[in-house]
Design a protein around this ligand. Structure first.
Ligand code: KG4
Ligand code: ZN
Length: 363
């Protein structure tokens, strides 16, 4: 009896979800997306595939004093923020919960405590309002975020995701078919920017700070190493360039008495990271004979990386699709969009969906 009681809600809910999912899969119109994988609480509303609201509550100020994201604080702030963020998104889109046809929520990867806030919130709405929901992989969101822009690539395309947690190259054949071609063996590109900024005494998150200061620096001032790895490798390694920066900073501070040329250090470091990201992404495109290149993730907001991609793609005759800057860093619009496509394939899920910290997309 006890075990039947335990499983009854699931047994009842599963057929219900599937039935509703099948019923709505062809006519899903209004989707609420929710993202809470790290330090942004975000909600977005997609109406007929078009973005009607995109609300992001960033916790940067909360975590800045610690020099990085503190997981428990992130969860607590998601808990405080999720209701107002969702309410604001619905209000901006001019819809209520009763108008929603589907819900999409980040399932992983990310901080599990943070993910569970968004996931539980969406499950509660799903249960109370009888609206089907899907769990979305955060990386799938980044891979598809380019479609939120005006210029939309055709499949297949080579996509670089450069973010705080990942630096990966994918061959993307459809909205659901992603083949991993290369990945970071140590620090992700955004992580390298954040750690470099810390070494330079700059606040978290370091990427925007470094790119701001780099604008006044000379990218050739310091010859930072580029980790190409094996000649044909599509993997990345950014720990070496970070150590090289640490050595430069220590030399200046301890021995040489030289002033820290911070703008030059930022510009040279940024150039070293950007060049490797661009060269390896184009190498992947050449190897797989793919014409279209997509760049996504928080680091894709970096102006120098965008300019270098534009320059090199033009030089090699490839079509470049840069994710619009406002959709590069974490947002729920990309989750709503990826979820919308998942509804097309009837992947409606049930209340037993769990969060995960590592993505199966990289398996
Ligand atoms: O995609 P995202 O918001 O979160 C993850 O999924 O990780 O990426 C955040 C990362 C941070 O490491 C941040 O420093 C970096 O993106 N970032 C940048 C810039 N803007 C954000 N890195 C370099 N230049 C930027 N302008
Ligand atoms: Zn992200």
């Amino acid at each position: 009896m006890a075990s039947l009681a335990k499983h009854t809600p699931r047994l009842v809910y599963r057929p219900f979800c599937l039935a509703i999912g099948y019923l709505f899969c062809e006519i899903i119109m209004i989707i609420l997306g929710v993202e809470s994988s790290c330090d942004e609480t975000a909600a977005a509303v997609l109406v007929d595939g078009k973005l009607a609201a995109n609300i992001i509550n960033s916790q940067i100020e909360v975590h800045r004093r610690y020099g990085g994201v503190v997981p428990e604080l992130a969860s607590r702030h998601h808990l405080q923020n999720i209701y107002p963020v969702v309410e604001t998104a619905l209000g901006e889109a001019g819809v209520s919960l009763d108008d929603l046809d589907g819900l999409a929520v980040t399932q992983g990867p990310g901080l599990v405590g943070a993910l569970l806030i968004g996931l539980s919130f969406v499950k509660a709405i799903s249960l109370v309002k009888r609206i089907p929901y899907v769990g979305v992989d955060h990386l799938a969101g980044h891979l598809l975020s380019v479609f939120l822009g005006e210029e939309k690539p055709n499949f297949p395309f080579i996509a670089l995701i450069a973010s705080g947690g990942h630096s990966s190259i994918f061959l993307v054949r459809s909205h659901f078919d992603y083949q991993l071609l290369g990945r970071s063996r140590d620090d992700a590109a955004g992580e390298a920017f954040d750690k470099a900024a810390k070494l330079l005494g700059l606040p978290y998150p370091g990427g925007p700070e470094i790119s701001r200061l780099a604008a006044d620096g000379d990218p050739q001032a310091i010859a930072f190493p580029r980790a190409w790895l094996a000649p044909d490798s599509l993997d990345f390694s950014f720990s070496g360039v970070k150590t090289a920066l640490a050595n430069q900073v220590n030399n200046c501070r301890q021995g040489s008495g030289q002033a820290l040329a911070i703008a030059d250090l930022c510009a040279s470091f940024q150039e070293a990271v950007a060049e490797v990201l661009v060269v390896k992404t184009l190498r992947a495109a050449e190897r797989h004979a793919v014409e279209n290149i997509v760049v996504a993730g928080g680091v894709a907001a970096n102006p120098r990386l965008r300019a270098l991609f534009a320059e090199r793609c033009q030089g090699s005759g490839r079509a470049l699709f840069l994710t619009p800057t406002q959709f590069c860093t974490d947002n729920a619009a990309m989750i709503a969009l990826a979820g919308w496509h998942q509804f097309e394939t009837r992947k409606t899920l049930c209340l037993d969906l769990d969060a995960y910290s590592r993505t199966p997309i990289l398996a």
